[in-house]
Design a protein around this ligand. Structure first.
Ligand code: SF4
Length: 421
């Protein structure tokens, strides 16, 4: 079988510079004595920017360690400290990287002024920061507690949840003031919120282009491309980068060019990718297969990945605190099975997807917990073929290349037979 190569957008190459500027801004903040904060994904990072606090995302740092092939070493160091083999590998990568005191380009991250976490996506986030705050010898830590909305959550409960989260958001602003001396400026908060909205909007538009056959972009553009959405929401610079990506992808659509020559199979990939082995995804190209949608990377366009409620720009600018509080209750990862089934069926239809690959990620139970039911329901209700593969996003010890390749080859064979029918 011949080797193929999908074309990455030229604009995506600018991502390295954009992220480089983010790490330089962090270094500059330490030099200038500006406040810094660790934040988990799902937290309102926009408010940190609006209050003159430089955010740092340890999950992002952990992916750098993996991409640079350091994560295994850091994970093993954390295990020697007594953290279990089964715990989240982002957490253990962070523990090891901090122990080693490595620089940002190896996934290192320094002691911040304060930490901000939330249990909206997983409990790991808040426990992770609790542990690290203690190991640093004490760092102020604010946790936003977010109740989960499930199938039978009533409107009354939901309204109560919103108020509960919003109260914490106001308390958070007080907490930041107490530890940095910086006060919230509502005009700056609106500006950061508007930038965040625009960033999400362009990301959504890029995904809309992927509905075209052939798809103009592949995961070479989206797996890395998602990082500005959670490290820099609120800033202008990543918006310009996404706009360039959009324009280039649109030009491909207009001239009928695909990212992959001879696109034959269109796939969805759900879950966090294996950051230490991203080039593995190029293996799909040998079968003329391309991933055209990832719920995980799309989820970060948070204003548009919500099936329950509309988050308009008008609403956001009227009251950014209210809107961001409501948003925290609706992150993709906390959707229940019913919502996921509905969303997947619609996405498969709209993006003309032939098959779904679900990454049963050993690290991330919150994301993978419904996968076997999801596979069954999609098969029974939508005749949608699904493959579940087992691995881990940051721990290469849990990646069995031969096994996964065999599974994917069989899956593509199945899809081929279905097309011939
Ligand atoms: S990988 Fe999963 S468990 Fe780990 S921090 Fe991320 S969401 Fe939480």
């Amino acid at each position: 079988m011949s080797e193929k190569k999908s074309k990455m957008l030229k604009a995506t190459q600018g991502l390295k510079n954009a992220m480089g500027r983010h790490y330089l801004a962090i270094e500059q903040a330490y030099r200038d004595g500006k406040p810094t904060a660790w934040a988990t994904s799902g937290c309102p990072v926009e408010l940190l920017y609006a209050m003159g606090v430089q955010p740092m995302l340890p999950e992002n740092s952990a992916t750098i360690s993996a991409a640079q092939k350091y994560s295994k070493n850091f994970i093993e160091l954390a295990e020697q400290e007594g953290f279990s083999y089964d715990m989240c590998s982002y957490f253990k990568t962070n523990v090891g990287a901090v122990m080693e005191g490595v620089d940002v380009y190896k996934g290192g991250i320094r002691k911040p002024t304060f930490m901000l976490s939330s249990d909206v996506i997983c409990d790991t986030h808040s426990h992770w920061f609790q542990v690290q705050a203690e190991r640093f010898g004490g760092v102020p830590h604010y946790i936003i507690d977010v109740p989960h909305v499930v199938s039978n959550t009533s409107k009354r409960q939901l309204d109560y949840f919103k108020k509960y989260v919003e109260e914490q958001m106001w308390e958070l602003l007080e907490f930041i003031k107490e530890h940095t001396g910086n006060e919230i400026d509502m005009e700056k908060a609106k500006e950061a919120a508007a930038n965040s909205y625009e960033l999400s909007e362009v990301w959504r538009d890029i995904y809309e282009l992927r509905k075209n056959v052939p798809s103009p972009i592949s995961t070479k553009d989206t797996f890395g491309g998602l990082f500005p959405l959670f490290t820099m929401p609120g800033l202008r610079s990543p918006i310009n980068l996404y706009k360039r990506m959009y324009r280039e992808a649109k030009a491909r659509v207009d001239t009928g060019q695909g990212a992959l020559e001879n696109e034959e199979f269109r796939l969805m990939f759900e879950g966090i990718p294996f950051w230490y082995q991203l080039k593995y995804f190029a293996m799909l190209e040998r079968f003329n297969a391309i991933i055209v949608y990832e719920p995980y990377t799309f989820a970060f366009s948070k204003f548009f990945s919500n099936p329950f409620e509309e988050f308009s720009k008008k609403r956001l600018l009227k009251d950014p605190i209210e809107c961001m509080s409501a948003l925290m209750l609706s992150f993709w990862y906390i959707f229940d099975l019913e919502t996921r089934v509905k969303w997947f069926k619609q996405t498969v239809k709209d993006w003309k997807i032939d098959g779904v690959i679900l990454h049963n990620n050993v690290s991330c139970r919150p994301n993978t917990t419904t996968f076997y039911d999801l596979k069954r329901r999609l098969g029974e209700e939508g005749d949608i073929p699904c493959l579940i593969i087992d691995s881990d996003q940051n721990d290469p010890r849990k990646f069995n290349e031969v096994q996964i390749t065999n599974q994917i080859e069989s899956f593509i064979e199945l899809l081929r037979k279905r097309k011939k029918k």
